[in-house]
Design a protein around this ligand. Structure first.
Ligand code: WQD
Length: 319
């Protein structure tokens, strides 16, 4: 089986590419290398295009036919929440436009299996401790909106022409399965904290007055290797199950506060740093953790790595 992986040179995508290669699958990567790194994908074929460009449909169709692609995993998208607020039109053009081009190419080449990289950002600020996939999604930023619209596009393709898709809603991904595949973007809590302490600075904590156990925000941190394994489970599910499409939370089901993450970083690094306590950051829900019963029941997947392994693997990758 040949799997087309868009965004396969990225942090999460390259972990999935590596697992597919280790399993003996043929992999073709679509990536514009704006954030991706070609060295991450080994001997996988790279087709360097901007998925959102009009001309990409024909290139995608040619690639699918040339390599006899039978399934697609779609990661390629912009994913910075703050940037999406500043540049909403570009986020829609890139994330929604890119997916529209991909679905067009898949339909016209009769490829009907898709694993779609969605996000917990689709939930917005739910007021429940653990979100399940059926609660009302009310994203609070353009990034989350583009991911929810992407899920609607997958559902419409399922109805219109029989696409069988699995939407994976990622919670907070961190860690490294292999040091060379570590997250090089300093855009989320764990890499931001590492960058601060390596520069002998105090990491900022956005808000200590939330209605949580220690006053800081709680998130569901999931190891990138666990997340990558969930993609392979979803791919197998699309082989097995005739249901047109489904949506799955991908998390651990447990939450960790910002202070708990910082304490784990102190234990792992041996650096006894102070935190710089700041006011709340706009748009932060106090608590966001996954109800992971559906993915466990339907795909037989559950996370096997905890916060300690997440922090240890991420720190080892940059030490
Ligand atoms: C985590 C917590 C911050 C930085 C992201 C994106 C998106 C999505 C989910 C995939 C928050 C706090 C952060 C800092 C801090 N993933 N924080 N000091 O906002 O939960 O969401 O992950 O689609 O990538 O939506 O992630 O890492 O920015 O913040 O206190 O310097 O850490 O307030 O509570 P977030 P994050």
């Amino acid at each position: 089986m040949t799997v087309l992986v868009t965004g396969g040179a990225g942090y999460i995508g390259s972990h999935v590419v590596r697992l597919l290669q280790n399993r003996g699958e043929q992999v073709v990567v679509i990536d514009n290398l704006s954030n991706g790194i070609q060295e991450r994908i080994g001997d996988a074929k790279l087709v360097e295009i901007d998925l959102a460009a009009e001309a990409s449909v024909q290139t995608l169709k040619d690639t699918i036919k040339t390599h006899n692609v039978s399934a697609v995993i779609h990661f390629a998208a912009r994913k910075q929440v703050g940037e999406s607020v500043e540049r909403p039109e570009w986020y829609y053009q890139q994330n929604v436009g890119g997916l529209a081009n991909l679905l067009t190419a898949m339909r016209e080449t009769d490829v009907n299996r898709l694993v779609f990289s969605s996000s917990a950002a689709t939930y917005g600020m739910p007021d429940v401790p653990a979100v399940d996939e059926d609660i009302l999604c009310q994203p609070i930023n353009p990034y989350g909106e583009t991911k929810l619209i992407g899920e609607w596009m997958v559902a419409n393709a399922a109805r219109a022409w029989g696409l069988r898709g699995a939407n994976l809603r990622y919670f907070n991904v961190a860690g490294a399965g292999w040091p060379e595949l570590a997250d090089t973007a300093v855009a989320n809590l764990v890499p931001i904290v590492f960058a601060a302490i390596r520069a002998d600075q105090s990491p900022k904590v956005f808000g200590t007055d939330y209605a949580t156990a220690d006053g800081t925000c709680v998130r569901d941190y999931v190891h990138v290797l666990d997340l990558a394994e969930a993609h392979l489970s979803a791919l197998s599910y699309l082989d097995r199950d005739e249901r047109p499409h489904a949506t799955f939370n991908v998390g651990t089901g447990t939450g960790s506060s910002v202070f708990e993450v910082l304490e784990q970083v102190r234990k792992t690094t041996g650096i006894n740093f102070e935190a710089d306590l700041q006011p709340r950051r706009a748009g932060d829900p106090p608590f966001l953790a996954a109800d992971v019963s559906r993915i466990k029941t339907t795909l037989g997947w559950s996370a096997s790595r905890g916060l300690d392994e997440i922090i240890e693997s991420a720190w080892a990758a940059i030490s």
